[in-house]
Design a binder for this molecule. Structure first.
Ligand code: NAD
Ligand code: MG
Length: 394
């Protein structure tokens, strides 16, 4: 039987790459539900192409427009709206596999719902895990879901580990997450005040959504990935190392107890980890180009410097802080990045807002707190971060 897919965030970069891979294997995948926030043209085009049973838009006016266009085109797609619709679709009985490709903490409720409903959950939406932490992993466990990492680094680690998870603890000494260093790897830190959103979004190796592109430029993306790895692979903060590898060919590495190092390599193309998530434990064609070793040149490595990438180091601070600290950090960063993209604050203010929010808001969250409590902490943290945004506004 074909896998029935729900793609949350199908209009985004990871979402559309997911559909690209699925389109190569019509015998394996059927698209049941597609969702987007407000870009009607994109979601309508996807509805025409895939004829899903459901489509959902976060913004009600966008949903109304999509509904009218779908009807006019004679499609049978039912158009839903709002955040509740995402939860409903992610846990729908006629869905086998959910791709979580929403950006930000907004993806937490539907991803948690998919986990609880025991779906095969392909997780690109790292913020959901950074906010959800222990509770997210508990939902996966309780629901009997299969959690498959899509972030390229975490997919790499996952591919280097045995399928039998009970062997992970015994086998792993530590992991090495590679980072490209983003567009400002060689910039003088003092010149970063004048950086524009366009410069920050011009990533040297990957084409991605705007939020993750800014995160790559500050290396907050890697900070979120350190936290993500802590939960996905049940590691201590000390077991996670970050190394800058500008070519983005080695996607990450596992250092085993015996000091044998396993790495996963490939061209930088998100369709590889997506295809692996879709087909695990099998392998299918992804559409990615072959890696040509003879034209590669050198693979180089360097340490991430605190002067240039201070945000990265907040990951370990948050992981060692009280439960909920990683949710505070994520919320602050989402607000700071939005303010930067909106040209309200300078690029270097992002780190200051993140650090100030993390320092000033000490969460007291129960380890088993429900998702509502996490969302409330997220809301409070955003409010706090916005006071710092105001103070730094130019
Ligand atoms: P994107 O901005 O291109 O797409 C985001 C998607 O989420 C869109 O479909 C948008 O409509 C939807 N969305 C936005 N806000 C929403 C909200 N409030 N409620 C519901 N839906 C909403 O982002 P992207 O680059 O595809 O990244 C998606 C996620 O995957 C992020 O968490 C990112 O960190 C992660 N990721 C992306 C890449 C990449 O190569 N793009 C790589 C690794 C991980
Ligand atoms: Mg990544």
């Amino acid at each position: 039987m074909r896998q029935r897919l729900c793609v949350l965030g199908s209009t985004g970069s990871v979402g559309s790459n997911t559909l690209d891979v699925a389109a190569r294997h019509p015998d394996r995948f059927e698209v049941v539900a597609l969702t987007g926030q407000q870009r009607v043209d994109e979601l309508f085009a996807q509805c025409l192409r895939w004829r899903p049973r459901f489509a959902a838009m976060g913004v009600a006016s966008a949903a109304a427009e999509l509904r009218a266009r779908v009807r006019q085109a004679g499609l049978l797609t039912e158009v839903l709206e709002g955040a509740d619709a995402l939860v409903q679709l992610a846990s729908h009985p006629d869905v086998d596999t959910v791709m979580g490709a929403i950006v930000g903490a907004a993806g937490l409720p539907p991803c948690m719902a998919a986990a609880r409903a025991g779906k095969r959950l392909l997780l690109a939406n790292k913020e959901a895990l950074v906010v959800g932490g222990a509770q997210f992993m508990a939902a996966v466990e309780e629901g009997g879901a299969t959690l498959l990492p899509i972030d390229s680094e975490h997919s790499a680690i996952f591919q280097c580990l045995p399928e039998d998870r009970s062997q992970w603890k015994q086998r792993v000494d530590h992991i090495v997450l590679t980072a490209s260093g983003g567009p400002f790897r060689q910039r003088e830190p003092s010149t970063l005040t004048s950086v524009t959103p366009e410069e920050a979004c011009a990533h040297p190796n990957w084409v991605m959504g705007r939020k993750i592109s800014v995160d790559s430029a500050t290396m907050m993306n890697k900070a979120l990935e350190v936290i993500e790895a802590r939960w996905l692979f049940d590691l201590t903060p000390e077991q996670i190392q970050v190394v800058i590898h500008p070519q983005s060919i080695i996607h990450s590495m596992v250092v085993c107890r015996d000091q044998s190092v396993l790495a996963q390599l490939g061209t930088p193309d998100m369709r590889v980890p997506i295809a692996y998530g879709l087909s695990f434990p099998e392998r299918i064609e992804s559409g990615a180009e072959a890696l040509d070793f003879l034209s590669l040149g050198a693979l180089t490595f360097e340490p991430p410097r605190r002067e240039r990438f201070p945000g990265l180091f907040l990951a370990w601070d948050a992981l060692r802080g009280p439960h909920g600290s990683t949710a505070v950090l994520n919320a602050a960063n989402e607000e700071a990045v939005a303010a930067f993209l909106d040209r309200q604050i300078g690029f270097d203010a992002i780190h200051r807002i993140n650090a100030q929010t993390l320092e000033s808001l000490i969460p007291s969250l129960d380890l088993h707190a429900p998702v509502e409590a996490l969302l409330e902490l997220d809301r409070q943290s955003r409010e706090r971060a916005r006071t710092f945004v105001k103070a730094l506004r130019r």
